[in-house]
Write a protein that binds this ligand. Structure first.
Ligand code: GLA
Length: 676
């Protein structure tokens, strides 16, 4: 087995003499994988139904001869210009009613029948030609599914999705009216054709409609993926099929549903910051990918070597010297690959300023030397391929909650779903405990601690599974904004959080969001004179507060000032063999860390390597036979001494008792077999 190392390869952007140089430099850099054809539709099908595979035949044969495995993409994320002219109705329409046209990529409506037919035909043609090609190790359908549209095709498809969900008859329509609460503002529908996508409207839209539109698009895009996948499976039954999931700050698809249809989970990840937030970012991305993969190895399909252009953001560049450490961040958390966008930097076109493994300045560059050093490291780490990471703690992650909360839920408050999830993930990471992301109604039996941040929408099944988790001995920590609406997106009455009130032993009557920058002091226990609880003196809440009373829970901290002075702020409720904790406010970082530490202790969980200095990350991958590898990354600016025993794979050095990590240093230690 080996780790996959390489990136997107677009030889069609270059003349033939460059290809021989590519071959030689790929060998020099230790590249063993190339993703080919991602945007090659116009080249492969220059006119409708006329194929030209000569260039791709040559590329696959050349890569195979060079010992480079191929990830073969279907090029359907970028339809050719002829498609635009032939099928103008398949061009996407924005929420504001503007029809887009060719000029970029991802310019299609995936609900347009002409697009779906053409995309499927292209996938079938590729599968027929390369289904048995020995170089093809993995199929990569499309690229970063995520384009949504508000056109008439989308309207029709949305309506038929709704009819399947609610029933196509008058009762179904009545059910839709009831679920969406259309009695508010007289939005009641009396016939199906009146139901539209949530296009631009005068003011606030309908939350039920917005939520269902999100759900619809995730399903519609998934259907488009499955159509192509099935064409490929029919021609190449032994080769796995994937698609590269995007990890942006918004969520278009529900990865928990998608992962069931993918043979292997692959993600693209671009840094949103180059400092400490970059490391937190990598850990969060990698933990999500591994969790979607059900703990199995997954693939990092794309990252950038240096310059990256985040959507809407300022251009960022990964500092020199960070490529190995950052890449090990993904490997440590279960990736079996380090792949980049892209191999050779383009000299023209929309991405000509995007960094690449081989920069414009050529191989005699710091960046290429860093790439080649990374390639050599990957070869030395080959034995970790196939090993896995086991987590006993998890943060709950749910697409419905994200969609419902961020589109219309609790408007005006500075309460954003992803921020809440990231905050909990970061607190666990800082505590040295590796965690998964988990779905509330998934299998939670392997966890001892669950954090539920802003889990706004909770189904009956989700609530029941959390109840069972705590009753069976788990520690559940729920934060404000959770359990407020049911699967339909409707408020659970009788006091918040309706779905979790009994489990938490509390009853919230009202919300009191805090203005930007305002904080409220907390005091231990039920107020002055109470014994100290798990929160430090001087703990503060921000963003959000709630008027709550306890109906069985113990009060760990109360509001010490302001309109809610004396009311409980943080509680804990014994449930069966476990407990359910509640945070009604956003704790400052120190207090949050201390509360999580108390919850970890209650759950009996300890860090992967206890006692590490701040900024040192330790994650273990394990394989059958008691084999394990300890990944150590020093993100701090101080050297660190870390306990370890075994063989350090990057240097080949024996490690007995402890290891010195310089600032920014890394190590991967093959540990002594635990059974030996
Ligand atoms: C995405 C795409 C790539 C490339 C990169 C650039 O991840 O999949 O084709 O455009 O962004 O960051």
């Amino acid at each position: 087995m080996s780790l996959w190392f390489g990136g997107d390869y677009n030889p069609e952007q270059w003349d033939e003499p460059v290809w021989a140089e590519d071959d030689a430099l790929m060998r020099a850099a230790g590249v063993n994988t190339a993703t080919v054809g991602v945007f090659s539709w116009a080249r492969l099908e220059p006119a409708e139904g006329e194929y030209d595979f000569g260039w791709l035949d040559g590329t696959l044969d050349r890569l195979a001869a060079n010992q480079v495995r191929v990830i073969l993409a279907t090029p359907t994320a970028s339809p050719p210009p002829w498609f635009t002219l032939a099928y103008p109705d398949a061009m996407p329409v924005t929420r504001d009613g503007v029809r887009l046209t060719h000029g970029s990529r991802d310019t299609y409506c995936a609900a347009a029948p002409s697009y779906r037919v053409a995309a499927r035909r292209m996938a079938a043609a590729l599968a027929a030609r390369y289904g048995q090609h020995p170089a093809v190790a993995l199929w990569h359908v499309h690229n970063e599914y995520g384009t949504v549209c508000w056109c008439e095709h989308a309207a029709l498809a949305f309506r038929s999705w709704l009819q399947k969900r609610y029933g196509a008859d008058a009762d179904g329509l009545a059910q839709l009216n009831e679920t969406w609460g259309t009695a508010c503002w007289g939005q009641c529908y009396s016939a199906w054709p009146q139901v539209q996508p949530p296009r631009a409207t005068q003011w606030r839209g309908n939350p039920g409609q917005l939520l269902d539109f999100r759900r619809f698009w995730s399903d519609e895009l998934l259907a488009a993926f499955c159509e192509q996948r099935d064409e490929i499976r029919a021609a190449a039954p032994r080769v796995p099929v994937t698609t590269n999931l995007m990890l942006p700050d918004y969520q278009v698809i529900d990865p928990w549903a998608w992962r069931r249809e993918m043979d292997v989970v692959a993600v693209d990840h671009y840094l949103s910051g180059t400092g400490a937030e970059g490391h937190a970012d990598i850990a969060f991305a990698a933990d999500r990918a591994r969790s979607w993969a059900g703990g199995r190895p997954w693939l990092l399909m794309e990252q950038a070597t240096r310059l990256v252009y985040p959507p809407g953001g300022r251009v960022l560049s990964r500092p020199p010297g960070r490529m190995l450490r950052d890449s090990l961040g993904y490997l440590a958390r279960g990736s079996d690959s380090v792949l980049f966008f892209q191999w050779r930097a383009s000299r023209a076109g929309a991405e000509m300023w995007h960094s690449a493994m081989l920069p414009h300045a050529g191989p005699d560059t710091a960046a290429f030397r860093e790439v080649a050093a990374l390639g050599a490291a990957m070869a030395r780490l080959g034995e970790v391929a196939g090993s896995t990471v086991t987590a006993r703690a998890a943060v709950l992650l749910d697409a419905d909650s994200w969609w419902a909360l961020d589109s219309q839920g609790l408007r005006g408050a500075d309460l954003r779903y992803l921020d809440a999830v990231r905050r909990d993930h970061a607190a666990l990471r800082r505590s040295g405990v590796v965690c998964d992301l988990a779905h509330p109604s998934g299998d939670l039996s392997g966890y001892r601690l669950l954090l539920a941040p802003a889990l706004y929408l909770l189904t009956g099944a989700g609530a029941q599974s959390l109840r069972r988790f705590a009753a069976d001995g788990g520690v559940l920590v729920v934060s404000f904004g959770s359990g407020l609406v049911d699967a339909a997106g409707q408020v659970q009455l009788g006091g918040y959080p309706g779905a979790l009130r009994d489990l938490l032993g509390i009853r919230v009557e009202e919300f009191f969001p805090l203005p930007d920058g305002e904080v409220v002091p907390l005091s231990p226990g039920a107020g002055p004179g109470s014994p100290p609880g798990p929160l430090p003196a001087g703990a503060r809440g921000a963003t959000w507060t709630e008027l709550m009373t306890v109906t069985g829970a113990e009060v760990l901290a109360s509001y010490a000032a302001g309109p809610l002075a004396g009311y409980p702020a943080v509680t804990r409720h014994g449930v069966g063999l476990g407990s359910a904790w509640y945070l009604s406010t956003e704790l400052d970082e120190a207090a949050h860390g201390q509360l999580i530490a108390a919850a970890l202790a209650a759950a009996g969980l300890t860090p992967e390597v206890p006692g590490l200095p701040p900024g040192v990350e330790a994650v273990r991958r394990r394989a059958a036979g008691g084999r394990s590898w300890l990944f150590l990354l020093n993100h701090a600016s101080e050297p660190a001494t870390v306990p370890a025993d075994g063989t350090e794979l990057l240097s080949g050095a024996q490690v007995a008792g402890s290891l010195e990590l310089p600032p920014g240093g890394v190590a991967v230690v093959r540990e002594q077999s635990r059974s030996s």
